[in-house]
Design a protein around this ligand. Structure first.
Ligand SMILES: Cc1cc2nc3c(=O)[nH]c(=O)nc-3n(C[C@H](O)[C@H](O)[C@H](O)COP(=O)(O)OP(=O)(O)OC[C@H]3O[C@@H](n4cnc5c(N)ncnc54)[C@H](O)[C@@H]3O)c2cc1C
Length: 395
């Protein structure tokens, strides 16, 4: 067994959380609030990966754009089941800043989806009726209602839909606030500590082997985002969990004109204006992910593609200077559902890998895993996210 004498690491912890992104920080906050001694280990600086790069949208609805054409209706029907979890998450976000005693720039601004054609409108009607089965609250709006909600949209927009229960928060402030609150309740965070393996301890529990020594833990929670596969494979759990590099960009700050989240029924775009006036433009445009783990690069065709749609549907955006684009990697579970629960065959090992709504879902997925670890009955049904469904035979 590896040495347990590294000065950075305690000898033992109730729970070791591997990964200090928003998922790991939210889990540490929940654990510490429940009286667990939690230690979060991250091989880099804390929250520098997807959790530092996201657009900060708190989604309720299925993000439309090209998702329907790309994945097909059966995939969308399964994915729609996550709506009820998004609804719960939205409710948790409402109070999160107050709970953490930090202004995280949260606003429930609502989200509009614009349609340019009758086919777009028909698709939105179908999407909304599916979402309503799982608690979705979007409604169709005609052209006049759309303009009342969003006067800045192009004349070509013939109507769309509106979901009042969608919002935004500042991802940097939110994740830092979760970590700070967790620390305040006794959780420990160590950056620059890579977990290489997790073994069964002869004394019961687990031994977490790192490049800085080892630490014993009653439980281990894996919250490694897009890199989950590598470590989980070491403990015999191979996931069908491809990763995907995506990019986002931001314009100069201007006085407020766009108050809501913005989506298009068919075209790949999400937009919103944040608290300090910048417009964030995203929509899951592809970026490049190199063979080296930390290498991501924005693609100029994604920048020009997103910019073209953005100014086409919101002409005012065409007057704004683009400041910066950036990319990061997200986990992309093939069925679009998060992976949350006990690692198959491992009594004390747990995993949380969000889907593409990992910022939105962090308050709910963290609560679910801490309830599971306590063997409490969860108010949110975890069976949909069962890790066993995402396992593939070891090669
Ligand atoms: C461009 C972009 C825009 C997005 N926009 C939104 C949005 O608007 N709304 C939304 O809901 N979601 C959005 N997302 C998705 C969201 O950001 C992610 O789902 C979420 O941040 C994932 O958080 P995480 O903590 O699980 O993973 P990460 O933030 O990736 O954190 C995982 C951590 O684990 C660490 N780690 C990995 N392996 C090890 C190891 N062996 N030992 C120690 N540490 C390890 C890593 O260093 C990393 O810090 C977006 C993502 C991107 C990239």
């Amino acid at each position: 067994m590896a040495s347990l004498t590294c000065p950075q690491l305690d000898e033992s912890a109730d729970v070791v959380v591997v990964g200090g992104g928003i998922t790991g920080c939210a889990i540490a906050y929940r654990l510490a609030s429940e009286g667990f001694g939690a230690v979060v280990l991250d091989k880099r600086q804390l929250y520098t990966q997807a959790s530092n790069s996201n657009a900060g949208n708190i989604h309720q609805q299925i993000i439309p754009g090209s998702v329907f054409e790309k994945n097909g209706w059966p995939w969308v029907e399964t994915f729609a089941k996550t709506i009820s979890y998004n609804v719960e998450a939205g409710q948790e976000w409402v109070n999160l800043g107050e709970q953490l005693d930090v202004d995280i720039d949260f606003k429930m601004v609502g989200g509009i989806v614009v349609a340019e054609t009758a086919e777009d409108m028909a698709m939105l009607e179908r999407k909304i009726s599916l979402e309503r089965r799982y608690g979705g609250t979007s409604e169709m709006v005609d052209a006049a209602q759309l303009r009342a909600l969003a006067p800045y949209v192009s004349e070509r927009c013939v109507g769309g839909s509106f979901c009042a229960e969608e919002g935004r928060a500042n991802p940097h402030k939110a994740v830092a606030a979760l970590a700070r609150a967790a620390r305040g309740k006794g959780a420990k965070f160590l950056s620059g500590v890579e977990v290489a393996d997790v073994r069964d301890d002869v004394m019961g529990g687990q031994v977490v082997v790192t490049d800085s020594g080892a630490i014993r833990a009653r439980h281990v929670v894996f919250a490694c985002g897009a890199e989950s596969d590598t470590l989980l494979k070491r403990i015999g759990y191979q996931l069908n969990n491809p990763r995907r590099a995506i990019q986002t960009m931001v314009t100069e700050a201007v006085s407020p004109f766009m108050h809501r989240l913005f989506y298009h029924a068919r075209r790949r775009i999400t937009m919103k204006q944040v608290a300090n006036g910048n417009v964030i433009i995203g929509g899951g445009w592809p970026a490049q992910h190199g063979t080296q783990e930390d290498y991501t690069r924005t693609l100029s065709e994604s920048i020009s593609g997103a910019a073209a749609i953005a100014q086409d549907v919101v002409p005012r955006v065409g007057d704004l200077s683009l400041l910066r684009a950036w990319a990061s990697v997200i986990a992309q579970p093939v069925d679009g559902l998060p992976v949350v629960g006990r690692v198959p065959g491992k009594e004390n090992c747990w995993v949380v890998i969000p889907n593409n709504n990992g910022f939105t879902l962090a308050p709910v997925l963290s609560r679910m895993i801490v309830e599971m670890l306590q063997e409490k009955r969860s108010s949110s049904d975890p069976s949909l996210f069962d890790p066993a469904r995402a396992a593939v035979a070891m090669t």
